[in-house]
Design a protein. Sequence first.
Length: 164
Amino acid sequence: MTATEIEAVLTLLGQGHVEFVIIGGVAAIAHGSARVTFDLDVCYRRTRENIERLCRSLAPFHPILRGAPPDVPFKFDTPTVLAGLNFTLSTDLGDLDLLGEVAGLGEYEAVEAVSEVLPLYGAEMRILTLEGLLAAKRGAGRRKDEEAIVELEALLEMKKRPPQ
């Protein structure tokens, strides 16, 4: 997913009044990470109204389950999202992970509590804090996150240092 595609998805979600928090690689990059990411990860509020807005915003871009066999039936709509929780999707704009719950943190309300509003792509976006990112990475317990944890800890230490 390119920066332009990420910006397009975030703009769509914002214009659609979807309640979400940016998590994962894009959030880490917003805090100064030098890592590369190929998708956008967001945690979304799981109310019916918000899920309806989410589906209206994304449906025109043909979300399908990423990695699933092509013959697996899938319809991206409100009943489907209400019945599920976390979705790894491919869309016309790139790969998007929609999480109703984040390992190490919990559901949207807990994620929102450890987020902050920062400027991103010319708009104010709710983004997971460094502390929240660390909790999520540790909670996921994935080997692939070990290097990211070291980098996030270093960024947090730099942030805590008084200006010189």
